[in-house]
Design a protein around this ligand. Structure first.
Ligand code: NAD
Ligand code: MLT
Length: 309
């Protein structure tokens, strides 16, 4: 069988597929006609967030049995088109949860203590000690929007640092939140009480632009952290809210369009900290998701049950 891998995944995942006797072809940074040509005879396609798996791609890929997402979010895969084409879509929902939660904690500290801004100035020789008076997380309130795997892991870590926790998630129980020390509240209460608001929802029609002008106004004086998905927060409105508006700062890892364009308004605002979708980028997480998705491709080839399909 031919496995086409169009976004870089860790070598142990590729080795697992080769050791099972399959042909692994990598085609990174390939788009348009070249991508269509590469997928035409593929039996499996493995992606991260860099490949848009569209209806047109499914129409070309007549031999495809499974699309494996080496990570959590499947918003770059047209699920309806996959269903129509009879192709399994599977993800790796566990392997990068700790990495994403750790990046969220790092971004929270970066924003609350202006670490990248102070670092950049000291690197140019400026001792700007008196310009940075940070926010102490101990005793501050963390609002968590989306209390799934990553949101809960962030809650555990920041609870340990003495933050008060409130969470908004219409699909979980009060008991589940309370077990992790969080009070389950409506979105308006979450925004009003949070000093730091962190987003951990998938991107769906319901969450697209969930955080816009009114929501940022309600977060008055706070910080917004987004290590979930671009599109959940309106980027132009966010840039303005930090530059001249109600927010103290923001730290963003994910964008509506990736890679982020060099003319994004987010790049013009000093107190908007940005990283290039690094939430899952640890050695451990990448090995976990690569081997997990390889196992699922092998299961599909052997007509065994595919986990997380
Ligand atoms: P999950 O499915 O375990 O949790 C998502 C939670 O969001 C669920 O509890 C769900 O009930 C909740 N939710 C859904 N719609 C909602 C709404 N309208 N309002 C509030 N809550 C809502 O997913 P996860 O593993 O925790 O991942 C969370 C997000 O983080 C996903 O978007 C994932 O793609 C992203 N992610 C990003 C990185 C990165 O590299 N930056 C790494 C891992 C995960
Ligand atoms: C995910 O949803 O798992 C993330 O986007 C991680 C990634 O693959 O970069």
């Amino acid at each position: 069988m031919k496995v086409l891998v169009t976004d870089p995944i860790a070598e142990p995942g590729l080795d697992r597929l080769r050791e099972a006797g399959h042909t692994v072809e990598t085609a990174y940074d390939v788009t348009g006609d070249a991508l269509h040509a590469a997928v035409a005879d593929a039996n499996a396609l493995v992606v991260r967030s860099g490949t848009d798996v569209t209806e047109e791609l499914f129409a070309t890929a007549e031999e495809l049995v499974i699309v494996g997402r080496a990570g959590i979010g499947v918003d770059n895969i047209d699920i309806d088109a996959a269903t129509e084409a009879g192709v399994i879509v599977a993800n790796a929902p566990e392997g990068n949860v700790r990495a994403a939660a750790e990046h969220t904690v790092a971004m929270t500290f970066a924003a609350a203590r202006s670490i990248p801004q102070a670092h950049a100035r000291l690197k140019t020789g400026e001792w700007a000690k008196s310009d940075y008076l940070g926010t102490e997380l101990n005793g501050a309130t963390l609002g968590i929007v989306g209390f799934g795997r990553v949101g809960q892991e962030v809650a555990k870590k920041l609870d340990g640092l003495g933050m008060n926790l409130v969470a908004y998630d219409p699909y979980i129980s009060e008991e589940r939140a309370a077990n992790l020390g969080a009070e389950l509240v409506e979105l308006d209460e979450c925004l009003a009480s949070a000093d730091v608001l962190t987003l951990h929802t998938p991107l769906t029609p319901e969450t697209e632009n969930l955080i816009a002008e009114d929501e940022l106004a309600a977060l008055d004086g706070g910080y917004l952290i987004n290590c979930a998905r671009g599109g959940v927060v309106d980027e132009a409105v966010l840039a303005a809210a930090v530059e001249d508006g109600p927010l103290a700062g923001a730290a963003i890892d994910v964008y509506a369009e990736e890679p982020l364009s060099s003319d994004s308004p987010l790049l013009d605002v000093e107190d908007v900290i940005v990283t290039p979708h690094l939430g899952a980028s640890t050695h451990a997480a990448q090995e976990n998701v690569a081997t997990s998705i390889a196992d699922q491709v092998l299961a599909a080839f052997e007509s065994k049950p595919v986990m997380n399909a």
